[in-house]
Design a protein around this ligand. Structure first.
Ligand code: NG6
Ligand code: CA
Length: 522
């Protein structure tokens, strides 16, 4: 009996202890959960065509990017950070949806009249954050299509960013070199005079309207290839546009204009967590830095535009600091694709480039399947939360959706987007093992230090932009650990590795890449 009683008492005590233990454990977990579920402001600063080597923290010396450098040094710098694609639209598609761009056939460089390519029922980064109580905004370049085809620019333009997760949008529709050259706020063209309606056409000109091709005397910037349609502010563009004079943007003021919008947004929305997507237009063509930045780099307008963007980043940080929310804001910085010098205008970028290496040590550039097409500047910065550090782990912009979902305690994940929050926060070395990269409808595969490019017919060099595209009728296999510049094709020497890469590639890509692809190339 005594023993039984003792046993009972022990059991009771055990039960009590277990109960207490459980209680404290649950308390710990829930406290911890709260800790991991704080909802900081999130800002993604996204550059347009900024190369790995275009920032002074990656070795550029003909221009200085002190603000990018300071934030990269004080935050986590990723030496192996990637865009998903070597052009804009697909990279932006992946960043916002967490889906590889080659899964969406329409994710190609879009005309200004192209319909929206993100489904309004699709999960997106801003939607996920909205579900978690965030205010969401885009102020900058969109380039993911608008409307359902046949947009009437004189009415509400929809669907667009506001229909895929952004509460507020202030955008340039496509690119700075494409019409319509107007800003669109929440679907409405800003400053539009109803008596001067806008018409846009990518096939044919409107009668009597001057073009770059026919009216060179009206140009302040000359076109080199493409870019010879409608003229706005002396700059010939891609596509034809008529009307909307009062609404046309000022190119030299564009950076200030977006920055003002960003600052206003931060000042008025700081009481609730916000997600702010800040896709700058620099240093994409036409390069039109404000005159106060002229000559601040040794590289002409392209370098000056980067210096301007760097200044904008500094102003963003100053604003957050002045508003007292810098410590509560995660900033992610990257670029949509690699660099290009002459992308269609004579602006001296190639002439003045000298020994500057916009691609850093990497081969190729924008449009290229070689490394520099997608291997871009990439850092995270969060004052007080992210310790200064540098990582060689592989990470893609594709991973923002799942990683930021982790940060805010959301269950949203996609198959392609990896939850790498700890890596982005500098708390883990674990990055991606592999990924598919894309360049103008072609794909290649990276796994560890290895890159495999399947056979593609097509020009080796895009002679207009002077960039090697990565095409070869044979398989290419490179080991970046030993050959950062992709000079030694090991495909014939290492058939086992090639086979392993091909199998892993096809497991994701789901197609037979043993055959030679015939592709139309831009
Ligand atoms: C190309 C343009 C180029 C640039 C690019 C899009 C020509 C000849 N070239 O078609 O200037 O606008 O599209 O760049 O028109 S991206 O960064 O938005 O992908
Ligand atoms: Ca781009």
């Amino acid at each position: 009996m005594e023993l039984q009683l003792n046993n009972g008492t022990t059991m009771l005590l055990k039960f009590k202890f277990t109960g207490l233990f459980l209680f404290f454990t649950l308390c710990f977990i829930s406290c911890n959960k709260k800790e991991t579920q704080i909802k900081p402001n999130i800002i993604i600063v996204y550059m347009d065509d900024l190369g790995y080597g275009d920032v002074s923290y990656n070795g550029a010396s003909k221009l200085q990017t002190p603000n990018m450098d300071a934030m990269a040094m004080a935050g986590m710098r990723f030496n192996n950070g990637y865009a998903t694609s070597a052009t804009c639209t697909p990279s932006r598609y992946a960043l916002l949806t967490g889906v590889y761009p080659w899964r969406e056939k329409r994710a190609k460089i879009l005309a200004g009249t192209a319909p929206l390519i993100i489904g309004t029922d699709q999960m997106t980064l801003p939607k996920m954050l909205k579900q978690e109580g965030y205010q969401t905004a885009i102020i900058g370049k969109w380039h993911l299509g608008l409307g359902n085809g046949n947009v009437n620019w004189n009415q509400l333009v929809s669907p667009g960013p506001n229909q895929v997760g952004f509460d507020y949008s202030y955008i340039l529709a496509a690119t700075q070199d494409r019409v319509p050259t107007v800003y669109i706020e929440d679907g409405n063209v800003v400053g539009l005079d109803p008596n001067d309606p806008i018409e846009v056409n990518y096939q044919k000109n409107f009668e009597g309207e001057p073009t770059g091709l026919e009216n060179p005397e009206l140009l302040t910037m000359k076109w080199h290839h493409g870019h010879n349609s409608s003229i706005v502010n002396g700059i010939p563009r891609i596509g034809f546009m008529k009307g909307g004079d009062a609404a046309k943007w000022s190119d030299i003021d564009m950076a200030d204009h977006f920055l003002n919008g960003i600052q206003k947004y931060i000042k008025t929305r700081k009481d609730k967590p916000f997600f702010l997507y800040y896709p700058m237009q620099q240093p994409h063509v036409p390069r039109t830095p404000h005159p106060r930045f002229e000559g601040l780099s040794e590289l002409g307008p392209r370098g000056d535009a980067i210096v301007e963007a760097d200044w904008c980043l500094g102003e963003l940080k100053n604003t957050l600091e002045a508003e007292g929310i810098l410590e509560n804001t995660l900033i992610i910085f990257s670029s949509d694709n690699g660099p290009v010098l002459n992308d269609g205008y004579y602006d001296d970028s190639d002439v003045k480039n000298g020994d500057h290496l916009p691609s850093g040590p990497y081969r190729g550039g924008k449009y290229s399947l070689f490394e520099a097409g997608t291997h871009v500047p990439f850092f995270t910065y969060w004052k007080g939360k992210i310790q200064p550090g540098v990582s060689d782990s592989m990470v893609s912009q594709l991973d923002f959706l799942s990683s930021l979902a982790q940060l805010v305690g959301s269950d949203v994940r996609t198959e392609d987007s990896l939850p790498l929050l700890e890596l982005l926060m500098g708390q883990s070395d674990e990055g991606r093992n592999e990924m598919v990269i894309e360049a103008t409808s072609r794909t290649a595969f990276k796994k560890g230090d290895w890159v495999m490019i399947p056979p593609y017919e097509g020009p080796a060099l895009n002679d207009k932009v002077q960039i090697e595209l990565g095409n070869n009728i044979n398989f290419q296999l490179y080991n970046l650990a030993e050959d950062v510049g992709q000079q030694n094709n090991l495909a014939a020497l290492n058939p086992e590795k090639l086979q392993e890469m091909l199998i892993a590639f096809e497991a994701i890509r789901g197609e037979d890449y043993g055959k030679i692809e015939k592709l139309e190339l831009k």
